[in-house]
Design a protein around this ligand. Structure first.
Ligand SMILES: Cc1cc2nc3c(=O)[nH]c(=O)nc-3n(C[C@H](O)[C@H](O)[C@H](O)COP(=O)(O)OP(=O)(O)OC[C@H]3O[C@@H](n4cnc5c(N)ncnc54)[C@H](O)[C@@H]3O)c2cc1C
Length: 412
C-alpha cells in the first residue's frame, strides 16, 4: 500500500472552532457529507468511539430561504437510516416532498415505465429533499452527540499504519489514530489517493442543468423523466408545488441552456418536456454540474474503507448516488457490529473484504445499469429507438422485472 508520508514532529494544534480533544478512536470518519455524517452518528449509536474530520461546516439551512437548488430523491432505505439516527423527523418537518409515482417515457419510442407506491403497498416511493437541509440537520446532530469528536476545519494531509491502528496527520499538524479510518471525503477523495486506490473513470461530457420551475399543471406528487435524443429531463416534485428539474445534456448544449434568458429557457423546457405539466410559468436561476462515472477498484485497504462518492460516482439519471452511499453505511455498520459482538477485530482485513465484496458488487451493478441506460437513451441513433421503446415496455409489462427495479430503487 502506498499510504504514508514521514510524519513531522510538530506539536498538536487543534482548531479553535470545533475540536475533539481525544486523539485515539475506534473509527475516524473523513468527510462529513451526507454519507460520512450518517455513518458517524450510526456507529456512535452502536457504542463506537468516533472522530469526524471535515474541512468546512455545511452552510446553515433556514425555512425562510428559498428551496436550495441541489436536491436528492431519497429512497425508503435512506429514510429508514435517517430515522434510525434521529434526523428524519426534523428533516421531514422542515421541508420534504413525498413522491408516490414515477413516470418515465421517451421522445423517440412509444414505451413507458410507471411505478406507483400503491402497487407496492407503501405510502411513498421516496422523498425529494434539499442536500443542504440534510447536511445541516446531520451536522447539528453530530455537534450534539457527545460520543462523536468533530475536528473542523481540518483536512487529512497524510496517513500511515501504526500497528493495529491507522494514523492520520491533519493539515494543522495534529494527529489522530483509529482502528478503522473511513474515507467519505467525496469524489475527489484525498484518502483514496493517499492509499493508492485506483479508479475507473468515464467523463460523460455532459452537464446536469438544475433549476426550480413553476408549471401550469400540478406535479401530482410524481417524479417524471423524459428521454430525449442525447439528453434526459427529470421533474421532481417540491412541497411548494414547484418542480425541481435536472436536464442532463451534452456540454455545449448545457452551456447554451444556461445562457438562455428565463423566458426562452421556460419555453424550450416546456416543449422538451412535451408540455406534460403544462407550460413553464417561471424559473429560478440555473446551475450546472459535470457528470462522470468513477468507480474505485477497491473499497478497502489496510484499516481503511471507502464509501459514498469516494467509492462510486454514478450518473444521476436514476437519482441513486447518495442512496448507494447510505447503503454502504448500513453495510459497514452491520459488518463492524457483528465482528465486535463476536469478539473479533472489527477492522481486520477479512471484515473489510466482506464489506467490500457486498457493496462493490451492488454499486457496480447499479452504476453499469445507469451507464447502459445512459448509453442507449443518450444516443440519438434511430436504430436504437426500437430497443429503447421495447426496453421500457418490457420492464413495465413483466411484473417480476418491474418489482425487481422498484425494489432496487427502494433499496430493499
Ligand atoms: C445533478 C445531481 C443530481 C443528483 N441527484 C441525486 C438524487 O436524486 N439522489 C441521490 O441519491 N443522489 C443524487 N446525486 C448524487 C449525490 O448528490 C451524491 O452521491 C452525494 O452528495 C455524495 O455524498 P458524499 O457524502 O459521499 O460526498 P460529498 O457530498 O462530496 O461529501 C464529501 C465531504 O468530504 C469533505 N472533504 C473533502 N475533502 C476532504 C479532506 N481532505 N478531508 C476531510 N474531509 C474532506 C467535503 O467537505 C464534504 O463534506 C446527484 C448528483 C448530481 C450531480
Amino acid at each position: 500500500m502506498s499510504s504514508s508520508s514521514p510524519f513531522g514532529s510538530q506539536p498538536s494544534a487543534l482548531s479553535p472552532r470545533i475540536a475533539s480533544r481525544r486523539t485515539v478512536h475506534d473509527v475516524a470518519v473523513v468527510g462529513a457529507g451526507m454519507v460520512g455524517a450518517a455513518l458517524a452518528l450510526r456507529l456512535a449509536q452502536d457504542g463506537f468511539d468516533v472522530a469526524v474530520i471535515e474541512p468546512r461546516a455545511p452552510a446553515p439551512w433556514c425555512v425562510d430561504d428559498d428551496v436550495d437548488l441541489r436536491v436528492v430523491a431519497l429512497a425508503p432505505s435512506s429514510v429508514a437510516l435517517f430515522d434510525a439516527i434521529g434526523v428524519w423527523k426534523p428533516i421531514e418537518t422542515a421541508r420534504a416532498c413525498p413522491y408516490r409515482r414515477m413516470h418515465v417515457w421517451d421522445a423517440l419510442a412509444p414505451g413507458t415505465l410507471d411505478f406507483d407506491s400503491a402497487d407496492d403497498g407503501t405510502a411513498t416511493l421516496g422523498y425529494i429533499v434539499e442536500n443542504r437541509l440534510i447536511q445541516h440537520t446531520l451536522w447539528q446532530a453530530l455537534q450534539r452527540d457527545a460520543r462523536v469528536g468533530v475536528q473542523c476545519p481540518a483536512r487529512v494531509a497524510a496517513t500511515a499504519i501504526d500497528g493495529e491502528r491507522r494514523t492520520l496527520e491533519l493539515d494543522d499538524g495534529s494527529r489522530i489514530s483509529a482502528r478503522l479510518v473511513v474515507a467519505a471525503d467525496g469524489g475527489d477523495s484525498v484518502l483514496r489517493e493517499l492509499t493508492g486506490i485506483a479508479t475507473r473513470d468515464r467523463d460523460y461530457a455532459q452537464r446536469a442543468v438544475v433549476a426550480h420551475v413553476t408549471t401550469t399543471r400540478p406535479h401530482e406528487a410524481t417524479a417524471w423523466q423524459r428521454f430525449l435524443p442525447g439528453a434526459t429531463i427529470a421533474f421532481l416534485p417540491l412541497s411548494d408545488g414547484r418542480s425541481s428539474i435536472v436536464w442532463s445534456a451534452p456540454e455545449t448544449e448545457a452551456a447554451r441552456l444556461l445562457a438562455l434568458d428565463d423566458a426562452t429557457f421556460c419555453s424550450e423546457l416546456g416543449a422538451a418536456f412535451d408540455f406534460r405539466l403544462g407550460t413553464i410559468a417561471s424559473t429560478t436561476a440555473r446551475a450546472a454540474f459535470p457528470l462522470r462515472l468513477k468507480l474505485a477498484e477497491r473499497y478497502a485497504a489496510e484499516r481503511i474503507a471507502l464509501m459514498g462518492d469516494a467509492a462510486h460516482i454514478v450518473h444521476p439519471l436514476a437519482g441513486q448516488g447518495v442512496n448507494l452511499g447510505l447503503r454502504d453505511v448500513a453495510e459497514l455498520v452491520v459488518t463492524a457490529g457483528a465482528e465486535r459482538a463476536a469478539g473479533r477485530d472489527f477492522a481486520a482485513a477479512s471484515a473489510l473484504r466482506r464489506y467490500e465484496r457486498r457493496r462493490r458488487s451492488d454499486n457496480a451493478l447499479s452504476a453499469h445499469a445507469f451507464d447502459a441506460i445512459q448509453r442507449v437513451f443518450g444516443s440519438d441513433a434511430m436504430e436504437l429507438a426500437a430497443l429503447r421503446g421495447a426496453g421500457l415496455t418490457l420492464v413495465d409489462r413483466i411484473a417480476p422485472l418491474k418489482r425487481l427495479f422498484a425494489r432496487h430503487a427502494a433499496g430493499r
